[in-house]
Design a protein around this ligand. Structure first.
Ligand code: FAD
Length: 250
């Protein structure tokens, strides 16, 4: 079986984001990029599935992006994935175009199982996996925190508000991964060295027609300085009054 894992190359969550001069893009200066954290769960689950199934199962990592996305593909290869494909496009920022590029390649490869993170922590659209499933006609299980694949059958637990839902489905399928599904392995030194020799195929993809235009980006309002109302229990009535009348949180 061929397993596809979709990984996005995202700004490090510790980065202090600045808005570019055009007012509608991110200033790339000083931004470090990492593998999308939710995609590490996707890579780990693909590797665990391969270990369980055995045989000639292959884990193929795909990313839509620029040359720089190869760093993220390389990280997944160092964790143990077999092969990487960069679907090269410098201008594709919309989930629909990203999903179109990914689903076309996944179809060509003949992957029956596709892992995505539940969300890419740059644009946070939380939609690419679902779009891929729709485009391929695969079933889709989202926000998965427990997964068991036995032959063609899939049993999964997904996170819902205040609890979990147990669902069953069949391959071919797209699974989107949530924190708690597994503990992503660290790339060993041996894995890092091996990843340097693994192939990253490069395929140019055309940009799809833009459906959404970014008009403006705003940074969140700076946090106001805190105020100490008092240091003992006598401050409680005043604190409650302020929380009710000023902060309006109670
Ligand atoms: C500063 C910046 C620069 C960017 N530069 C480029 C660029 O040069 N070229 C380009 O094509 N895109 C670029 N992007 C877009 C980016 O890589 C994502 O594709 C896009 O943000 C999709 O986000 P989303 O919120 O729709 O994904 P979501 O729907 O939240 O993502 C869900 C899951 O889909 C998968 N996924 C999402 N995006 C990708 C991807 N690109 N490749 C593989 N799997 C993916 C992952 O598994 C992810 O966990 C850039 C984004 C930013 C913020």
């Amino acid at each position: 079986m061929k397993i596809a894992v979709c990984v996005s190359h995202v700004p490090d969550t510790a980065t202090k984001v600045k808005i570019g001069q055009d007012g509608k893009s991110i200033d790339q200066n000083g931004v470090t990029y990492i593998i999308n954290p939710y995609d590490e769960f996707a890579v780990e689950e693909a590797l665990k599935t391969k270990e369980k199934i055995g045989g000639d199962t292959e884990v193929i990592v795909l990313s839509v992006g620029s040359e720089k996305s190869k760093e993220t593909i390389r990280k997944a290869l160092a964790m143990g994935a077999d092969k990487g494909i960069l679907l090269k496009n410098e201008n594709e920022f919309e989930s629909f175009g990203v999903a179109k590029a990914l689903s076309t390649e996944i179809k060509n490869l003949g992957c029956d199982l596709v892992f995505c993170g539940k969300q890419s922590v740059d644009y946070d659209n939380t939609i690419t996996g679902q779009l891929i499933a729709e485009m391929l006609g695969y079933s889709c299980i989202t926000v998965v925190v427990k997964l068991d694949i036995d032959g063609n059958k899939i049993k999964a637990e997904t996170e819902i508000e205040g609890g979990r839902e147990v669902v069953e489905s069949e391959l071919p399928a797209v699974i989107t991964t949530q924190k708690g599904l597994n503990e992503p392995r660290y790339a060993s030194l041996k894995g890092i060295m091996a990843a340097k020799k693994k192939v990253i195929e490069e395929k140019p993809v055309k940009s799809s027609e833009k459906m959404i235009e970014v008009l403006k980006m705003n940074l969140p309002a700076p946090k106001q300085a805190g105020r100490i109302v008092g240091t003992d229990s006598s401050a409680v009535p005043e604190l409650v009054k302020l929380l009710h009348e000023e902060a309006k949180v109670i």
